[in-house]
Unconditional design. Structure first.
Length: 275
């Protein structure tokens, strides 16, 4: 791709589930409908300068105990004298024979676009538009329903796409477009409508990246009259979290201040019925 060349957005019809922007690592998510031949997973981010290793696991479930089977374990390692990638499969608690690829196509301190392209018998992996490896399945692809990302990695976006627009039998990789992180829809101040309003048990998740010199930020819920029934405010000046009432009264939240400059964050707001 030529410098400065603009990429067309990924057509909505190819997107199989909403992309995730700036997830907090370790990150685990459900793959809607599981995996099958013809799906792609796009991972966009950067490798920290002091990275030792990270892994992308395509799992058969998300339990902690017992540990789920891992059909595809993609594990770049940077801390060895010869950086390389390990792929393997975990079955019934035991790792199988690992496959190793030298000539790591990822570099510390550099951004990347990794594309996992799932075929009938193997997954092909490209890095920044160039083929890097293919790994034959050792467990049925149909068992995979969870994606896990762990280790030393900064993730900007994860996308789940369909390759059906490309010619049958083509040996070329589909174009792995970077997801639109600079979309005007993600600029601040940002507001979104809740079509069905609020209800007990509802969970609202906000993910983002703290700027280098932050002052504060707020998350608020508003009604149709633009009134703010509740507001969450994070202040970097005194490192406090507080609920702010519609009348300006602050109630400090007795919890550690976990926001840091140039770090990703994830806020969950769960609505609980007041008995």
């Amino acid at each position: 791709m030529a410098p400065g060349e603009k990429l067309d957005p990924v057509p909505d019809s190819f997107i199989l589930q909403p992309p995730t922007f700036y997830p907090v690592v370790p990150y685990i998510t459900t793959i809607f409908g599981g995996l099958h031949a013809g799906k792609m997973v796009v991972l966009q981010g950067a490798v920290p300068r002091d990275a030792r290793r990270f892994q992308v696991d395509f799992q058969c479930g998300c339990s902690l105990d017992p540990r789920p089977d891992i059909a595809i374990h993609f594990n770049p390692r940077f801390h060895t004298t010869r950086p390389h990638v390990i792929c393997n499969t975990l079955h019934a608690g035991h790792w199988q024979m690992e496959a190793r690829w030298p000539g790591l196509a990822l570099q510390r301190g550099a951004s990347f676009l990794i594309l996992f392209l799932f075929g009938n018998e193997a997954v092909k992996v490209s890095v920044n538009g160039q083929h890097f490896l293919h790994y034959r399945y050792r467990l049925p692809l149909s068992r995979v329903d969870t994606l896990g990302i762990f280790g030393d990695i900064s993730v900007q976006a994860v996308g789940f796409l369909n390759i059906s627009p490309f010619a049958e039998g083509s040996r070329e990789y589909p174009a792995g477009h970077p997801l639109l992180l600079q979309s005007p829809e993600l600029e601040l101040p940002c507001s979104r409508t809740l079509p069905q309003g609020l209800w007990p048990g509802q969970v609202i998740i906000v993910r983002g990246l703290v700027l280098q010199e932050p002052k504060d930020f707020t998350l608020s819920l508003r009604d149709e009259a633009a009134r703010t029934p509740v507001m969450l405010r994070a202040s970097f000046a005194d490192r406090t979290l507080a609920w702010v009432s519609p009348w300006g009264r602050k109630t400090l939240i007795l919890a550690p201040f976990l926001f840091h400059p140039q770090r990703f964050f994830e806020v969950w707001i769960e609505l609980i019925l007041n008995q």
